[in-house]
Ligand binder design. Structure first.
Ligand SMILES: Cc1ncc(COP(=O)(O)O)c(C=O)c1O
Length: 478
């Protein structure tokens, strides 16, 4: 139970980005405790240089395979305007999933030909916005939706708007499983997404019926998020490639692009000190290290095999490959700083409880997927962990805890932190940049936290102001 000796380089550290300086957590050289003093707690902190590094890793993968590629950042992972701007400035494109995300992408400065639009249930006005903007591709999710896009084009033309045929990609669901959470798998026939393999040719024939209204330019599969293995990606690519060849053979139509979706995993277990408490399959999934270059190499290898056999290598050589990375761009570029507000010991169990100001209303995945975010002390980042604590957030809900309340062991029961944590100590949940800020809500009348981005100049900049109490009631009418 001793507070331990300062560890030189904790396993969670990332040189130049996440480090220990004078005992505190430091983010790109900025002291986490100073950030909390200035911007209050809880607080999201993002690193622009880490976003750049993550995007550069993707760009290097494109160089390795030497293919025409387009990376469309999945903005659902985090669509804060400053984060979108950082992504735009790094030179990649954008994927959106709603009229709102489309609005944000255009407003921040993505050009229409940098934007693709996914979604299972797009409303007419969302389609109208996409068609009017003339985006790179609308990824349709059913045969029926092809008709909706055509109607949108006709509707706008009837209003006197001069819109060209909408560029359309068909999203497929080929029954490919992954080793991720079921809720994050999106290529199973039991999932709500896409057009099944048996319908593909009919769907393409339907899409090609009115070339004056839609231009079918691509094919798309997203196998799911946090996919730890190369095989599902390769299988998806091969499936799309073979459909592309069939469509060419049957209709003469050549698709311009194959979209392999998102799903490149992030290693949430850089520090494995608590990983032994997680089930093996969770460990494999959360601790996955998968290089985008390995995914692309294998995908192209299997497609080339099949292209060679079909004498169609020329078709493969001219196809552009799209990826829609979200998590792998932003997850480890963000963290949450949270303060311990309250502490108690249960005499019956001996448990020491730390009650923080960060609940699942700002990190929904911790509750609905029991997602593991490594927890450290930001105030004493260099100290070895000295004891185990039960940790919980501030919400009036038994499920607002940092362990698995359902006792299925998907999270560690206790979090290891330095001994003698007292109220006022600042903790940090790491790798919280994806699917957190974008999913926050006001439950319990909790104003949503501020967010700062450490810019390339090493200076923290406020990118989301903390809500006021007035923000809690702005949309209520009474
Ligand atoms: C269609 C689509 N593309 C891309 C992504 C991004 O996935 P990830 O954040 O795992 O890269 C998602 C999210 O699951 C998605 O649904």
């Amino acid at each position: 139970m001793s507070s331990g000796i300062a560890a030189q380089c904790p396993a969670w550290s990332i040189p130049g980005y996440l480090e220990v300086h004078e005992g505190h957590l430091s983010i790109n050289g900025v002291d986490a405790i100073d950030l909390v003093s200035e911007f209050k707690s809880p607080l999201f902190v993002f690193s622009e240089s880490r976003i750049r590094d993550n995007i550069n890793r993707l760009k290097r993968a494109a160089e390795v395979v030497d293919r025409p590629m387009k990376f469309c950042y999945a903005s659902k992972a985090n669509s804060n305007m400053a984060i979108l701007k950082a992504v735009l400035d790094s030179g990649i494109d954008c994927e959106v999933n709603s009229g709102g995300e489309l609005f944000k992408a255009l407003r921040v400065g993505f050009k229409p030909d940098q934007i693709i639009f996914n979604g299972t249930s797009k409303a007419d006005d969302e389609l109208d916005d996409a068609v009017r903007a003339q985006i790179y591709a609308i990824n349709v999710d059913s045969i029926y939706e092809i008709g909706l896009v055509e109607e949108s084009v006709l509707r706008l033309r009837a209003l006197g708007e001069d819109v060209p045929p909408a560029r359309v990609t068909l999203r497929l669901v080929p029954e490919i499983g992954t080793r991720s959470h079921l809720g994050l798998q999106t290529a199973l026939l039991t999932s709500k997404f896409g057009i099944s393999s048996s319908e593909v040719l009919t769907a393409f024939r339907r899409g090609l019926k009115h070339p004056e209204l839609v231009n079918v330019c691509g094919i798309h599969i997203h196998v799911g998020s946090q996919t730890p293995d190369v095989e599902p990606f390769a299988e998806a690519f091969r499936s799309m490639w073979e459909h592309l060849m069939t469509i060419h053979r049957e209709t003469g139509h050549v698709l311009e692009h194959i979209n392999l979706g998102g799903g490149i995993p992030v290693n949430y277990l850089r520090d494995r000190s608590q990983a032994d408490q997680l089930p093996e399959h969770e460990r494999d999934m959360l601790g996955a290290e998968l290089e985008p270059s390995a995914v692309l190499k294998e995908a192209i290898r299997v497609a080339r095999e099949s292209a060679r056999a079909a004498n169609a290598e020329h078709l493969l050589d001219q196809v552009t490959i799209l990826l829609e990375p979200g998590r792998s761009v932003i997850a480890d570029a963000g963290l949450v700083l949270t303060t311990v507000n309250n502490i108690k010991t249960r005499p019956e169990t001996g448990d020491v409880w730390l009650l923080t100001d960060a609940g699942y209303n700002i990190m929904l995945s911790m509750n609905n997927y029991k997602w593991y975010y490594h927890l450290i002390s930001a105030s004493r980042a260099g100290e070895r962990s000295g004891r185990d604590y039960k940790v919980a957030g501030p919400l009036c809900d038994s499920g607002d805890v940092y362990f698995d309340i359902e006792r299925e062991g998907r999270l560690p029961d206790y979090r290891r932190l330095p001994a003698d944590v007292t109220p006022g100590e600042v903790l940090s949940l790491l790798n919280c940049g994806a699917y957190s800020l974008a999913q926050m809500f006001h439950y319990n009348g909790r104003p949503l936290p501020a967010a700062v981005l450490i810019g390339l100049d090493g200076k923290p900049k406020l990118i989301r102001r903390r809500d006021t109490y007035d923000d809690l009631i702005t949309n209520d009418v009474w």
